[in-house]
Design a protein around this ligand. Structure first.
Ligand code: PHE
Ligand code: ZN
Length: 896
């Protein structure tokens, strides 16, 4: 935490370090109250930059000694830095610097640096946590080889881990033992890790293509071993996939995953020693839902894939964060899609990813925290681990793949590793490598302009107008783009926007796409799908030999992170919903039909009356003979309240909630019999498996049960709630159990209470399940303020603690972000609650506090009385004098 007014750090101010650190030898005497760190470094002056004093980062440390080449030297402290002036003119060539310091892991509530959790020691160094362990050039372009010796009490800390390979271990006096690790790969300090704890491991040997054997390990607390099979399987699948798809092998003899219960984020890709939030490791059918299983697969993949995209090639500076994050999210998305298998299962994954983007990144891009994928400045880097850097960054990589093709992209990756393996580079260098490997591509032709995706913030808006000319049998599409201003960027230059598209005839046929003056392709037929590249503010695309007026299906597969206004009518959308060959656009058509009705109700008199064509279309989906269950579930779930709110100029969250609930109720009533059939028809049989077909069935059955209970409770019928309660009791897996409990909660059934009590009794020893128990209660549909009152009462539950990030999120973030109708109250009690929690958390864990603070990003779009009350709450937080720089940056931007 940097208190006071922390400075703004700018990308354009980058300069190479004045010194390099070639190697580090670290020794830790681990003690929760006071850990001794002996840090012996080999340094060299960087002769490419003017001579300067050595300035090492350090935070919350006690310095006990400094030796240069074995001799003591004088030093001084500057704001967060240790300065050794005498090194300014040091001769070229290596010298040693030995530093001794102590730190206090058990007092480290920030969970950054070295901290304790559940009686063990763990580290988290990204982005700037290493400086909380020892003095260092804590920046990603300084890459060193690490040797690490850990010493600790053997009984309390039987497992001692660090990066790389174990080279030595043995006994010490006084019941202590030691382990010495060496990581042969030079790495930036943010990838350092150590673990000392009482853990057990699931182990698996694998042989990679080169014939080398590798040991994979998943470390967890005693008692959790039965929840590690899926993480291990996901790890094995990741190893296999990266070799098959990108020819990237595992480069370590040993690859370890360690689960920890106190963790700020999802997981961390430390070289050879990934540290994970337990949420993304532990799963068995009784405790984890299908979406937990999918989350584990993607996060295990993500961290593993970082080994090449992040670790072997890392970031020159933190402005380049998306170099590793955008690319690695893209890679984990592709991995999950390839794992899903069928075209329909791939589409389900793509739709999920787009939903996430729209739910978190679009609002970010439209609010006070909007920033380019490669930001230009920050106060606190931890605030820039954002949906923009991660998820929009992944979309930028995906657009490159769309522009050069899948094989071309794989070649680009190969060139990227040929050029930059072992170094710290920038986003420019990545884009250049992909383009250079594909010199004939549109990406190469338009590269400087394409890179505006890295430099310009904001979500572009594409407008499309089609005109059919019967006499000439031509169809002309006018595409236009614009992008609103964002903080610090008033005017935008046009983007390069790949628009995958097709034309659909009235009878549902896909039409051949022949552009004006275009010769017949070698295949002998014009394609039925193609990618138009929009790079001007407005461009015409004329298709010839079009026999009838088509319906355009644009932005297939969500080929660019933009919003699209194509002016399609209800009839057009109904046609696409039925016939589009692109599953994403089929889903999108259904969502747009629902959204139009919801917006009309919210903007109008608040009343929602579903029309027969819409209900008929939804019935057609639900009863469709061949559509996959997962796809039906997505199609039949109305857009979220947050997404609806984003379409409005002035948001009354209560009206949005009421309209959406009305839609759910009418769909429940109108399709009652079909829901019942769907429920019966989608009972997954056999043992639990998280495969796409079974996941889809459970998802649709749970949605059906939810709708059946909603309708039944409204009619005073107790049969379906009774069945839901029975299913809740008898469920053989968490997906069904939670689904049944949710059906009772979301329909306000009287059986929800006893079910909640029973759920707690069953799982009180399982922290991750108790998190679910809190979240279910915090996200239940609000009625008369009861949900909010319950959340406040739950703050005093003996199992609640704000200090554990998962638990804090399970209740506080759940209600503030996941339950708009409970949070946005006309009496402002939700905002008061929010401000109190942010202020409380700020003294404990500023990173977590800053994430919670972002709940209020969109306050200025609220309608009165919410708007004024929300601003007041943000101002109250901003007024705290000793606020962390983390939270200060967020609230300052919000109020700007
Ligand atoms: N680098 C981690 C990831 O994306 C995320 C992370 C950032 C974790 C900062 C901890 C701290 O995989
Ligand atoms: Zn990552």
């Amino acid at each position: 935490m940097r208190e006071g007014t922390a400075p703004l750090i700018r990308r354009e101010d980058y300069s190479a370090p004045a010194f390099w650190i070639k190697s580090v030898d670290l020794t830790f005497d681990l003690d929760p109250a006071k850990t001794l760190v002996i840090n012996k470094m080999q340094l060299e002056r960087n002769l490419d930059v003017p001579a300067q004093a050595l300035r090492l980062h350090g935070e919350d440390l006690n310095l006990t000694r400094v030796l240069v080449n074995g001799e003591s030297v004088s030093f001084r402290h500057e704001e967060g830095l240790l300065v050794i002036d005498s090194l300014q003119g040091v001769p070229a060539g290596p010298f040693t610097l030995e530093i001794r310091n102590t730190c206090a892991p058990e007092k480290n509530t920030h969970l950054s640096g070295l901290y304790t959790s559940g009686g063990g020691f763990f580290t988290q160094c990204e982005a700037e946590g290493f400086r909380r362990i020892t003095y260092f050039l804590d920046r990603p372009d300084v890459m060193a080889v690490y040797t690490v010796t850990l010493r600790a009490n053997k009984q309390q800390y039987p497992v001692l881990l660090s990066n790389g390979n174990l080279v030595e271990q043995g006994e010490l006096d006084n019941g202590r033992h030691f382990a010495k690790w060496n990581d042969p790969f030079p790495k930036p300090s943010y990838l350092f890790a150590l673990v000392a704890a009482d853990l057990v491991a699931r182990e698996q040997w694998v042989t990679t293509r080169s014939g080398k054997n590798h040991l994979l390990q998943v470390y967890v607390r005693r008692g959790d071993l039965d929840k590690t099979e899926h993480a291990m399987n996901s790890l094995i699948a990741s190893v296999v996939w990266d070799e098959a798809r990108f020819k990237l092998p595992l480069d370590l003899e040993r690859f370890m995953i360690v689960a920890v219960g106190d963790f700020n984020m999802g997981a961390m890709e430390n070289k050879g020693l990934n540290i994970f939030n337990t949420k993304y490791v532990l799963a068995n059918p009784a405790t984890a839902t299908d979406s937990d299983y999918l989350g584990i697969e993607s996060v295990v993949g993500h961290e593993y894939f970082h080994n090449w995209t992040g670790n072997r090639i890392t970031c020159r500076d933190w402005f380049q964060l998306s170099l590793k994050e955008g690319l690695t999210v893209f890679r984990d998305q592709e991995f999950s899609m390839d794992m899903a298998g069928s075209a329909s299962a791939r589409a389900v994954k793509r739709i999920d990813d787009v939903r996430t983007l729209r739910l978190s990144q679009f609002p970010e891009d439209a609010g006070p925290m909007a920033h380019p994928v490669r930001p230009d400045s920050y106060v606190e880097i931890n605030n820039f681990y954002t949906a923009t850097v991660y998820d929009k960054g992944a979309e930028v990589v995906r657009m490159m793949q769309t522009l050069v093709g899948r094989d071309g992209f794989a070649h680009g990756m190969t060139l990227y590793f040929e050029r930059h393996d072992g170094s710290a580079v920038t986003c420019d260098e990545f884009a250049q490598a992909i383009a250079d490997a594909n010199p004939q591509s549109e990406l190469a032709r338009l590269l400087p302009q394409f890179k505006r995706w890295y430099s310009q913030a904001g979500t572009p808006r594409v407008t499309a107008r089609g005109r059919y000319d019967a006499p000439s049998r031509t169809y002309t599409l006018l595409l236009e783009q614009s992008c609103g201003s964002t903080p610090g960027q008033a005017e935008k230059q046009p983007f390069v926007i790949p628009i995958a598209m097709g034309l659909v005839a009235r009878d549902g046929r896909a039409l051949a796409l022949q552009l004006e003056d275009e010769a017949l392709p070698a295949s002998g037929a014009y394609p039925q799908e193609r990618v138009l590249v929009l790079s001007e503010n407005r461009e015409f695309f004329t298709f010839v030999n079009v026999d009838e007026e088509p319906v355009p299906s644009l932005l297939r597969g969500f080929s660019a992170p933009v919003t699209l206004a194509d002016g399609l009518s209800d009839n057009d959308l109904l046609l696409l919903l039925q016939h589009d060959t692109d599953p994403f656009n089929r889903w999108e058509a259904g969502q747009r039909l629902a959204l139009a009705r919801l917006l009309a109700a919210v903007r109008g008199d608040g009343d929602l009356q579903l029309d027969q064509p819409f209900i008929g279309a939804m019935r057609g989906v639900l009863t469709h003979p061949t559509l996959d269950a997962a796809f039906k579930e997505l199609l039949l779930s109305p857009p979220s309240e947050i997404y609806i709110a984003e379409q409005l100029e002035s948001v009354d969250p209560q009206r949005v909630h009421a309209a959406r609930e009305a839609m759910r109720m009418q769909l429940a009533q109108a399709l009652r019999d079909d829901w019942a059939v769907a429920f019966e028809a989608n009972q997954a049989t056999g043992g639990y498996a998280p495969d796409p077909i079974s996941v889809g069935k459970r998802g649709l059955a749970n949605l059906a049960l939810n709708m059946l209970c909603l309708d039944a409770v409204a009619r005073g019928d107790t049969v379906w709630p009774g069945r839901a309660y029975q299913r809740f009791k008898d469920a053989s897996n968490m997906t069904d159990r939670q689904g049944a409990l949710w059906a009772l909660l979301a329909s306000h059934s009287e059986l929800a209470e006893p079910a909640l009590a029973r759920f707690y009794e069953l799982f009180k020893g399982e922290p991750l399940v108790i998190d679910k128990w809190f979240t279910l209660q915090a996200t239940a549909p609000e009625s008369g303020g009861r949900v909010f009152a319950r959340v406040k009462a739950l703050m005093n539950h003996p199992d609640f603690t704000i200090k554990n990030p998962n638990r804090a999120r399970s209740l506080i973030a759940a209600v503030c972000m996941g339950n708009p109708a409970a949070f946005h109250r006309s009496d402002a009690a939700g905002y008061v609650f929010w401000a109190d929690r942010v202020l409380e958390l700020d003294g404990i864990n500023p990173q977590l506090a800053a994430r919670m603070a972002r709940v209020m990003d969109r306050w200025s779009r609220l309608a009165e009385p919410y708007r004024s009350a929300a601003r007041e709450a943000v101002s109250r937080v901003a007024a705290k004098p000793d606020l962390s720089s983390d939270v200060r940056e967020i609230v300052t931007r919000a109020l700007a």
